[in-house]
Design a protein around this ligand. Sequence first.
Ligand code: IPM
Ligand code: MN
Length: 374
Amino acid sequence: MKKKIAVIEGDGIGPEVTRQSIRVLNAVAEAFNHDFEYTYCLMGADAIDKTGNPLPDETIEVCLDSDTILFGAIGHPKYDNDPTAKVRPEQGLLKLRKTLQLYANIRPIKTYSSLFHLSPLKNKKIEGVDFVIFRELTGGIYFGEKKINEEKTEASDNCVYTKEEIERIAHLAFHFAQKPERRKKLTLVDKANVLETSRLWRKVVQEIAPQYPDVTVDYMFVDNAAMQIILNPKQFDIILTENMFGDIISDEASVISGSLGLLPSASVGAGGLALFEPIHGSYPQAAGKDIANPTGSILSAAMMLEWLGMKDEADLVRQAVNWTLQYSFVTKDIDPVNFYFTSTIGELVSDYVSGKISGSVKRENIELRKSTII
Ligand code: IPM
Ligand code: MN
């Protein structure tokens, strides 16, 4: 199959983790006889430096002309520490999500037995955890009117949701909950005891629920959900929630897996295009050091392959990632002492995909590409 992939490396560790995904995608292309054509484009701080605009028109054009989009990360400390900055890297990503109508961000959370020891939670609590967060991505407080008064002493961010915005992602989440491999349970996370928008979410979800009689629905306030995700994460199957709550609880949930660096996501929507990105940020402290975890990005590439109809290819990539974790070929975020470099992990995963590695491996050879710091 021939596929056009727009690649937005973005900021911080974005380029180096994305590079490993491309390496893996190239191995997939070769093994399965596909032709992936990559077009690189700018977004974020990188784009501001080069063009003055966090999302140049050309990037939108390239995305619209592609079959799918692979994205790295966004953000730079020089903007984080300057609240007066008018142009900010994140505006690029938010505008891209809005322009392409990527209204649903799908974030799967699962655990790997080889990483259990890293979780601050007890093994028996996290064993078998498997849930998926459906985070609304183009509405809510992120996109409502923002104001600050002349004296810069009072500011507001408006949170707005329409019935239609809630319905479309709710249907997507319900459909997903009905999949054979799911446990047919949907939890709406909101703050309906306080927020009008949350009450609307509840009403709309209650109205829709009877169309999916095989799915059990429950409702949870976000403060309680934050606690339940740690206390009893196994209770969740599908979590449906609004933009900001989803942003927060998905970072929290990553702790269950062992590292934020492991988690992939897919942003899908109305236009038929989808964007795939790890859930982590640009992690500027690690940029350029070859220590960032490329797994979130590689697993995002796997989600992309599946979305492109390449299920076997996606499964092979996931199997390769599982293999690295099982043999403790992990980056510094996971094992601060015995860690491997970003590029080594990318190489191992792509070698596995290319069939150059079978179940057992000469560890000594890989040891040579290990960190020299330890
Ligand atoms: C994410 C990120 C973004 C968000 C930022 C970089 C704008 O944290 O994708 O989770 O808040 O959506
Ligand atoms: Mn986030």
